[in-house]
Design a protein around this ligand. Structure first.
Ligand code: ADP
Ligand code: ASP
Ligand code: MG
Length: 409
C-alpha cells in the first residue's frame, strides 16, 4: 500500500479526546496497510499562549529564543499522539524538527525548508512505525530551532510528502474542505471538490488561511496533490488541490472569494509629482522588511499627486512612522492612515476567458452603496479594498451575484 502524509491542525488535537480521535483515524489507515507520516500542529491556542509569554517579557524577544519557545507546542502534541497510538497497539515514534532533519535557512520566525534528510524516517517506515513529526519547525545548519511562520505545519506536511513521494498530502482540519468563501462569514458557502494549485495559491495569498501559502507553492513546485478534509467527519472526499490538467475543462469562472482583514492602508496626499517618488516612499518601507501589497498612484493635476498603499496590519505603526518621516522630507502635504479596511478578492481560472467579471463585481458593490478604496487585478483574480464594516455584506452579496451557492463544484 502507498505512503500517505496526514497533517492534523490545532483544533484536531485540541484536547485528549481529539488526540485519541486522531490516533483512531491513523490506526484505521495503518490497519488498511498504508505507511504513514503524521504531521501535527500544537494543541489549539498553545502557539498564541507561547507567543504572549515571550511578549510579556520583551516587545522584541530574541528571535532564536522566540523560535525555540514557540516550537515547544508541537512537541507536546506529537508525544501525546505517539503515546495514544501505542495504547492502541500501533508502533509510533515522534520526531521534532531537528530529529526529523528538517534543515532550514536562518530566517527565524519565517524560515524556509532547504532540505529534509529522509534516512532515519525511512528506516522507521520500513520497520513498520507510524512516524509522527512536529509541524512548523526545523533546524539551521548550526543547530538553532527555527519556525516556518503561522500555519507552517501545512508546509512541513507538503515538504515531507514531496521528499517521500507520498501519494497524497492530506490536511485534516475543522472544515471538510476548501469552500467558496470562509464559511464563518458566509454560511451559504459551498465546498469545492477540486481546485487548481494556482487558484488555491491566489486564495491563500489573498487571505483564506485554510492553507499556508508556502505549502501551496511547494505542492505546485513538486506536484504533490493536497486534499483538505475534516478530522471530525468519518466520510467525505474533501477538496482536492491539483494541477489544472487534472481539473480538466470544468473550471468555474469564479471559484472562491478570499477575505483579508489583516491589512491597513496608508495614503500620502499632495506628493510632488516627479520621477523617483514611488521609490522615495516605498524604498524605506521595504528596507525595514515591510511588505507592501496594493499600490495606487493617481494621475497628477497641479504638479502633485496622491499615493496610496497597503501593508500588513502588524506592520502598520512602523510603516506610518516611516511614511510620515519620508513625507516630510519630500514635501508631501499630509499622511492619512486607515486600519479599518478589508480586502475582498474574487478568484477563478475562468476569468481568463470571461470578460465582465470586474464590472459585475463593481455594480454589485455599488448597488449596496459600498465604496471601493482600491482595486487590483491579475489574470485570475480581482481584489477590492473596502471598509471593514462591509465585510459580511460584500462577501454575501458577491457570493450571491456570482451564484457561488448554486454551482455544482
Ligand atoms: P488548522 O488549525 O487545522 O490549521 P485553520 O484555522 O488554519 O485550521 O484553517 C481552517 C479555517 O480556515 C476554517 O475554520 C475556516 O474558518 C478558515 N477558512 C478561510 N477561508 C476558507 C475557505 N475558503 N474554505 C474553508 N475554510 C476557510
Ligand atoms: N502551531 C502553529 C500556528 O499556530 C503552526 C500551525 O498550526 O500550523 O501557527
Ligand atoms: Mg492552519
Amino acid at each position: 500500500m502507498s505512503l500517505l502524509v496526514q497533517k492534523y491542525g490545532g483544533s484536531s488535537v485540541a484536547n485528549i479526546d481529539r488526540i485519541r480521535n486522531v490516533a483512531r483515524r491513523v490506526k484505521k489507515f495503518k490497519d488498511a496497510g498504508h505507511d504513514l507520516i503524521v504531521v501535527l500542529s500544537a494543541m489549539s491556542g498553545t502557539t498564541d499562549t507561547l507567543i504572549n509569554l515571550a511578549r510579556s517579557l520583551s516587545k522584541t524577544p530574541l528571535e532564536r529564543e522566540f523560535d525555540a519557545l514557540v516550537a515547544t507546542g508541537e512537541q507536546v502534541s506529537i508525544s501525546l499522539l505517539s503515546i495514544a497510538l501505542h495504547e492502541m497497539g500501533i508502533k509510533a515514534k515522534s520526531y521534532n524538527g531537528n530529529q526529523a532533519k528538517i534543515l532550514t535557512d536562518h530566517v527565524h520566525t519565517k524560515a524556509r525548508i532547504i532540505n529534509i534528510d529522509p534516512s532515519t524516517i525511512q528506516q522507521d517506515l520500513d520497520d513498520g512505525y507510524v512516524v509522527v513529526v512536529a509541524g512548523f519547525q526545523g533546524v539551521t545548519d548550526d543547530g538553532a530551532v527555527t519556525t516556518l511562520g503561522r500555519g507552517g505545519s501545512d508546509t512541513t506536511a507538503v515538504a515531507l510528502a514531496a521528499t517521500f513521494g507520498a501519494e497524497e498530502c492530506q490536511i485534516y482540519t475543522d472544515v471538510d474542505g476548501v469552500y467558496t468563501t470562509d464559511p464563518r462569514i458566509e454560511p451559504k458557502a459551498k465546498r469545492l471538490t477540486k481546485l487548481s494549485f494556482e487558484e488555491m495559491l491566489e486564495l491563500a495569498s489573498l487571505g483564506s488561511k485554510v492553507l499556508q501559502i508556502r505549502s501551496v507553492e511547494l505542492a505546485a513546485k513538486y506536484n504533490v496533490p493536497i486534499r483538505v478534509l475534516s478530522s471530525l467527519q468519518e466520510e467525505g472526499e474533501g477538496t482536492l488541490i491539483t494541477t489544472e490538467e487534472e481539473i480538466g475543462m470544468e473550471s468555474a469562472i469564479i471559484s472562491g472569494i478570499a477575505i483579508n482583514k489583516n491589512e491597513a492602508q496608508i495614503t500620502v496626499l499632495g506628493v510632488p509629482d516627479r520621477p523617483g517618488i514611488a521609490f522615495d516612499l516605498l524604498g524605506e518601507i521595504s528596507s525595514a522588511n515591510i511588505e507592501v501589497d496594493m499600490i495606487v498612484q493617481n494621475i497628477s493635476q497641479d504638479e502633485t499627486t496622491d499615493f496610496t498603499f497597503t501593508v500588513g496590519a502588524v506592520d502598520y505603526d512602523k510603516a506610518m512612522t516611516i511614511t510620515e518621516a519620508t513625507a516630510k522630507r519630500i514635501g508631501a502635504r499630509k499622511v492619512l492612515g486607515n486600519e479599518e479596511i478589508v480586502k475582498i478578492s474574487l478568484v477563478g481560472l475562468g476569468m481568463r476567458s470571461h470578460a465582465g467579471v470586474a464590472s459585475k463585481m463593481f455594480r454589485a458593490l455599488a448597488d449596496e452603496k459600498i465604496n471601493i478604496h482600491m482595486i487590483s487585478t491579475s489574470e485570475i483574480k480581482i481584489s477590492v479594498v473596502i471598509d471593514t464594516k462591509y465585510t459580511e455584506l460584500a462577501t454575501r452579496t458577491l457570493h450571491d451575484v456570482f451564484g457561488l451557492d448554486q454551482l455544482e463544484h
